[in-house]
Ligand binder design. Structure first.
Ligand SMILES: Nc1ncnc2c1ncn2[C@@H]1O[C@H](COP(=O)(O)OP(=O)(O)OP(=O)(O)O)[C@@H](O)[C@H]1O
Ligand SMILES: [Mg+2]
Length: 262
């Protein structure tokens, strides 16, 4: 029997006014794999991520995580079940340091409220210490220890993307959705981000789904690819299969963005 997909996106429609950004769209994100989600600008990729992460409620359709219907769950409850994501535009707190940015992203198990702060200070302190330890581990894993006390606003575009990945890791996730983590990142840092994703997948079994416009990056990392166009899945397959497919070439026609760099 095939394993249950980590995520099932089941006949989802997301309408904004008269526009269906996602239209009766279904796909699976298989467990333990790195899946690419590609498609031309405006195809509905980020909207699909927003629905999966619980940022917006779909007009129709359902989302399953590990076979359980999570459509009605708020985003933080999805995070508690291991789902984490990064944003297309990095959204760091620019006046805070890198380590503070990581710490505020830590999974909060006891609930940060005034009751706990006043009546259970030791639990809050324990949680803060764990967040600090995990932030340090995350910095070491991403090899950005030297940036710990740098203001996030001073980081380069690529370093901000690494921090974005770090913030997702602070949630102690097992499924991570990456929205254009490689966009605008220089080759060296891109290679490093790819290595870290591969390592988390191979060593910890994390499931990834990554939206990316750079098909070479996708080819290096992804087991399978989902192609979206106009709010629905155009096809799924390996990178080579989708690259050769006439419908995919047609969907990108005129863009030129997806042609081989070689
Ligand atoms: N909050 C919103 N309100 C209105 N329209 C929206 C909203 N979010 C997305 N859209 C529209 O839905 C469509 C799909 O957008 P989406 O951001 O999901 O595309 P995408 O595939 O991520 O594109 P890109 O590759 O450019 O990031 C677009 O036409 C977009 O303008
Ligand atoms: Mg997008």
């Amino acid at each position: 029997m095939a394993p249950v997909p980590r995520i099932q996106f089941d006949t989802v429609t997301m309408r904004f006014g008269g526009l269906a950004a996602v239209s009766a769209c279904s796909f699976d994100i298989p467990a333990g794999e790195i899946t690419g989600l590609i498609g031309p600008n405006g195809a509905g990729k980020t909207t699909a991520f927003n629905v999966i992460a619980g940022l917006i409620a779909p007009t129709e359709g359902r989302v399953f995580l590990d076979g359980k219907d999570i459509t009605a769950l708020p985003d933080f409850q999805r995070q508690a079940r291991g789902l984490s994501r990064t944003f297309q535009l990095a959204h760091e707190f620019s006046r805070m340091t890198v380590i503070e940015n990581l710490m505020v992203s830590a999974r909060n198990d006891i609930g940060e409220n005034i009751f706990n702060a006043v009546f259970r200070p030791s639990r809050c302190l324990g949680q803060e210490r764990r967040a600090f330890d995990r932030a340090q581990e995350t910095l070491a894993f991403l090899e950005i220890d030297e940036l710990a006390y740098e203001r996030a606003g001073n980081l380069s575009g690529g370093q901000k993307k690494l921090l974005e990945l770090g913030r997702a890791l602070m949630q102690e996730p097992s499924v991570i959705l990456l929205d254009e983590i490689g966009a605008g990142v220089n080759r060296t840092l891109l290679g490093k981000i790819a290595d870290k994703i591969r390592q988390l997948n191979a060593e910890k079994g994390y499931t990834f789904c990554l939206i990316e416009h750079d098909l070479d990056f996708v080819a290096r990392l992804c087991d399978g690819v989902i192609v979206m166009a106009q709010g629905d899945v155009l096809m799924t397959g390996t990178v080579d299969e989708v690259r050769r497919d006439e419908r995919v070439i047609e969907a990108y026609f005129g863009g030129g963005k997806y042609q081989d760099a070689s």
